[in-house]
Ligand binder design. Sequence first.
Ligand SMILES: [Zn+2]
Length: 477
Amino acid sequence: MIHRARPVLSAVARFMLAVVLVGTVLGVVSGSARADNPITVSGSTTASEFPQALVFRLSATDSAADITKIELRFKQRGDASTEIAKPEFVPGRQVEATYRWKTDKTQVPPGAAVEFYWIVSDAAGNTLTTETQTVFYDDLRFPWKQRRNDDIAFYWYKGSDDFGDYVFNVATSALGRISTDIGAQVEYPIRIYAYANQDDFRSAFPSLGGTRLWIGGQAFPDLAITVQILPDAGDDTDWIHDVIPHEISHLVFYQATHHPPADPPRWLDEGLAQYNEESDQWYAIALVEDAAENGTLFSLKVLSGSFFNDPDKTRLAYAESYHAVGYIFDTYGREGMARLIAAFGAGKTRDAAFQEALGLSLDDFDQQWQRSLGVTPATALPSPTPLPTEDRPWLNPTAPPWAKKTPGGPEATAITPTTPGTPVVQVQTPPPVAPTGTPVPGNDTPVWLTVVGGTFCCASAVLAVAFLVGLVWLVRR
Ligand SMILES: [Zn+2]
């Protein structure tokens, strides 16, 4: 959805409250659904025990009969479905109900917005439904500092104020850049949480257990949140200039285009994210041109859905995504890209969006882009990989160089599945296959991977690897 005339005051208000009222509840409990309703709610509170649980408490009285049934209904913002929970309470005229939403087996990020309301019923047939409240599930274990404006906030707890200012400035610049490039604003303010080290980060996601030790970050586009291992590394800021703009691009893209039945191709999302990075990506160009010359170029149709598990193919997929997005900007300008994003934001399908924005079908655009590289497109393009259909298909772990590596690459042990009865807040996908032999050019150089829907995403790492491959290629030429 494009928000050119977004409800600024509403967004600002939500955001201000979000950052000020840490761990508190927003919203007002309605005293009574009707004036003659004997049920009265005297209190509805929450307590954050992040990352173990979010505790909901309700106090209610009934002047006519015993309260015999209480339901808590809640969901994370962005969830398609609402969970129905049965809190513990003793029936009576005056009740105290408690429900612990256990989050240790799921992936709920710090700062997740959780919307909830209660339905209280008594033995005489009266029912009261409270107004929807919003609580931000904050990680109260750390003394977070923050830099924020109306659209973006950066939270950190270890490191200097200068570090916070620096990251915040990189973030605001990146947000301005991507907003200008695609002609879209954020509806929900973006929140970036920086854990100072791997132990702290992993403690926020206990469901990881001892697995996936390479993960160094996770994006939650539908919650407008990205959580990263981002230590204050002094003058070593290259990582910041890539990971922050890349993640922000994904979050903005999601907000701008998540309007079913729109299904923007994966290469467009990834390409824009790389386009928003600040490091020189000449090696991506070299990789694509080499593939075009060798006849190994993938059509964009192949890159519409999930990417590959094969590391070489994955590197090329990211490089092509970047190249194709650059081609749109070069050929159709920012206006063309803005029209394309707006078309997806209006719920257009891929072909309809490309036709409306650029004046040609996606297949025709695909072939036009391939011809620009000197490639004669195949007449029959392979079928694209189906898009994931989960409610929350995005899983974006990133793997910076300081993440512990196991011999031979990342661990591939699945995250402990959600236990029965625990609200499912994020669909788990199979763990990615490790890119074998991923070179890490020194401990200070940012190399990272993100996984979306179970395949590699976020190309700094991929392209850094491609950079080395490109160097070898150039030397050999
Ligand atoms: Zn990415």
